[in-house]
Ligand binder design. Structure first.
Ligand SMILES: NC(=O)c1ccc[n+]([C@@H]2O[C@H](COP(=O)([O-])OP(=O)(O)OC[C@H]3O[C@@H](n4cnc5c(N)ncnc54)[C@H](OP(=O)(O)O)[C@@H]3O)[C@@H](O)[C@H]2O)c1
Length: 512
């Protein structure tokens, strides 16, 4: 059985204390992600008794940081970013096995020192340890790290035994199809696919995992989940923030690369895929790839299936904010999009003729990520829309963030002697039902990578299939320069070009 199939999705968690001794090595350990997410995730797994009894954490980076200082930095990160008040005993236990190795990402000798450091841990422990290498650096050094892990023999440690060496790779996974293929090529020269965990942290969110439970653990949805009952599907990943101080980074990225190619495509795949034969990682990922492969090539150019725009000055949260082109680090003639929308057709039995609308942008009316399933309207023989009957289509919306939950819009009779109707919303909120102290996405993902469950990670062919769809859009935009770039006021729901995509089918965007 493949490594990534051993621990099926929705596994019970109690067994992980008994997991073999494990060392987690974080590359880019002095970075922002390490402090805000990874160290707090490790801490909270420790607090929940989900780390192996013998657990070792090694930070790696170019800065020369003594062990004690790294432990101090990690402790500070936990105090600042952990979702719960730190318990000193829990952190002391982890800190006692936390060390730091200084070295360059392209320095083969430094990787030999890292290997020797892990050998040393094993010698002192008197047992072999399995390893998880977490690459949390800018993508420019993903390849040298991978190559050096291979050259130092770290990728194949204990390869034939019961222990494992695994690697987690942060996003972005390439910036187009060619670079994603090249990165996959570099990975495969060193690791087997089942050792590789490509992160899309959206998949670690509770609501995203709940999407599978809602779809396949309830009998009422699946019979309706097709073109006979569903009119359209809308996926929105909206941020209210602008580029802030990250203008330089964003200028090289844009909404399509930053959000659509990964997060929204993943949400689409989970929403629309066929039921997998089991909850094994490979079964689910096979279905996601099949779905992505069934998406028809997009029509580009004017009146096509894509829209892009940049935010102009506007009001957000009652405050005046500048337009994208006035932001620090952004060229006055930048053709980087801060908003992208797509209209997709899926050419299979289930979805033929059902438009899927995807959009993502910065500086939008509010921060929200949701998947909205719009059902067909009933025939108007009894209740025709008019003054007495205010009728809405039924919409099932999965809200992924913030305020995670699920809502269903129904039409109901307004109490009274006259028969009048009004749309009403039935809502389920995670925080209300289960309390708000749910694990963060990174806790789930670090744990799953540690125990070898690849369900919530992206397989190499998935990443390439998604890039295959998005790369022609990027190429056509690069060729067009600023021609066709629309704009929208900061604090709005996007540009007219985006409204035009659903309008062609008589639809309009929801305002979630
Ligand atoms: N921050 C987030 O919220 C977030 C969210 C999702 C994904 N990610 C992804 O996670 C990865 C890490 O993000 P981050 O925000 O932590 O990055 P970061 O703070 O910019 O960089 C992490 C570490 O990498 C090293 N580094 C920085 N620039 C480098 C360069 N040009 N060449 C070589 N090494 C360099 C630095 O450590 P040393 O100088 O000590 O070597 C730095 O502390 C990125 O791939 C990012 O796209 C981040």
């Amino acid at each position: 059985m493949a490594d990534s199939q051993r621990h099926p999705f929705l596994h019970g968690l109690s067994k992980h204390r008994g997991a073999p001794p494990t060392v987690v090595v974080i590359f880019g350990a002095s970075g922002d992600l390490t402090a805000r997410k990874l160290i707090p995730a490790v801490y909270n797994l420790g607090a929940d008794n989900l780390l192996p009894a013998e657990f070792f954490l090694i930070g790696y980076g170019r800065k020369d940081i003594p062990d004690e200082e790294f432990r101090q930095l990690a402790g500070d990160a936990i105090r600042e970013f952990s979702r719960r008040e730190p318990d000193q005993d829990v952190w002391d236990r982890i800190a006692a096995h936390t060390t730091y190795v200084a070295g360059g990402y392209d320095d083969a000798e430094a990787f030999k020192r890292l290997a020797a450091h892990i050998d040393d841990i094993e010698r002192k422990l008197g047992r072999e340890v399995q390893s998880l290498f977490y690459i949390s650096t800018p993508p420019s050094v993903f390849a040298p790290i991978l190559r050096n892990l291979g050259a130092a023999g770290l990728a194949r440690r204990h390869f034939d035994g019961p222990l494992h060496a695994r690697v987690v790779i942060e996003k972005p996974f390439g910036r187009d199809l060619a670079s994603a293929r090249e990165l996959n090529h570099t990975i495969r020269a060193v690791f087997e696919e089942h050792q590789v965990y490509r992160i899309d942290h959206y998949l670690g969110k509770e609501t995203v995992q709940d999407l599978l439970v809602q779809r396949f653990a309830n009998a009422i949805f699946e019979p309706l989940w097709n073109r006979n009952y569903i009119e359209s599907v809308q996926i929105t990943v909206a941020e209210d923030v602008g580029v802030g101080t990250r203008g330089g980074y964003y200028e090289q990225s844009g909404a399509l690369r930053d959000m659509i190619q990964n997060h929204t495509m993943q949400l689409l795949a989970l929403t629309a895929m066929e039921p997998p034969v089991s909850l094994d990682a490979e079964a689910i990922r096979d279905e996601k790839v099949k779905l992505l492969q069934a998406i028809q090539p997009l029509r580009l150019g004017p009146d096509g299936d894509v829209a892009r725009a940049q935010y102009a000055a506007g009001m957000v949260g009652g405050k005046a904010v500048p337009g994208f082109l006035e932001e620090e680090g952004i060229a006055a003639d930048s053709n980087t999009e801060t908003f992208a929308a797509l209209r997709l057709s899926i050419n299979n039995w289930r979805w033929q003729g059902v438009p899927f609308y995807l959009r993502s942008g910065k500086r939008m009316a509010r921060r929200v990520s949701e998947i909205a399933i719009n059902f067909r309207r009933p025939p108007g023989t009894l209740f025709a829309a008019g003054a007495k009957f205010d009728l809405a289509g039924n919409t099932l919306a999965f809200q992924i963030q913030p305020d995670e939950g699920l809502s269903l819009i129904l039409n109901a009779k307004i109490p009274g002697l006259e028969t009048r109707t009004q749309p009403v919303k039935m809502s389920f909120r995670y925080a209300t039902t289960f309390g708000s102290n749910t694990p963060e996405a990174y806790e789930r993902l670090v744990l799953d990578a540690m125990i070898g469950d690849g369900t919530l990670f992206i397989r190499g062919d998935e990443a390439e299939t998604s890039w295959k769809l998005c790369t022609p859009i990027l190429e056509s935009w690069a060729e067009a320069g600023r021609a066709g770039m629309d704009s929208y006021a900061a604090g709005s729901w996007g540009p007219p070009a985006s409204e035009a995509l659903p309008a062609r089918h008589g639809h309009h965007w929801r305002q979630p």
